[in-house]
Design a protein. Sequence first.
Length: 260
Amino acid sequence: MRFLALLVAAVTITACGSSPLLYAASPATSDTVVDGRASEWPSALRPVPDESGLSVGFRHDGDDLVVAVIAGDDRQARRIAVGGLRVWVDPMGGTARALGIRYPSPEAPDARSVVRNGPRAGGPAASDDPQRLRRRFESGLDQMEVTRGILTQRAAADGSFGGLAASATWGARGLVVEMRIPLTAAPGLLETSADGTVGIGVELLDVRTTAMQARMRNGRRPARPREGADDRPMPPAEGPTVEPEIDIATVTRWMQVDLE
């Protein structure tokens, strides 16, 4: 229940600036399987906007969109292991949060644990307990959190919930998350079928902003970023703040995906 509150109450930051980048979804092949492995994706990967070490790929498979998000460096992998990953879908091609899928979906971290794991260069530093972090990642692999409007529910990640499926692995070559997302209107999923172009947002922990908020709440002035740190200006806040004691911030990177 705590993370259901977090979903609504988190201080959510959305990247601002120019229009989202337009990427093309290539046709699915016989190798397009949601198994959390990266072997079929190298030629289809594109950078997630404003994120180093994070790539995304899209395949259009009939009425489904298969999405792969790959953390190629340890910093991004730990960021996902700490807070999970949420993919937002706007069937109209914009940045409306029509459907959200959080996977993996470990129990939500509190602000203290987020700050303890970072920030360095805008993301978590090495954990003092790598095995504990890996167990946390593995604890969120069986289920996903599905959000539509203000309602969030947990569902099995095996495709039994309306065809929505997800899988992830974390190995020597990085952390890989794959999702199969139906793009037709269905109960509990999209209210409107996608056609032509969809908006996709990748939401991640914003560790640096979370740390700043925690310091400010404790009556301390935020420390100045060190030389070479991630010093992007904080975008405007988005969404309601129902429980201000929760000091978790996220950032969402939006893209447009051409299905044709």
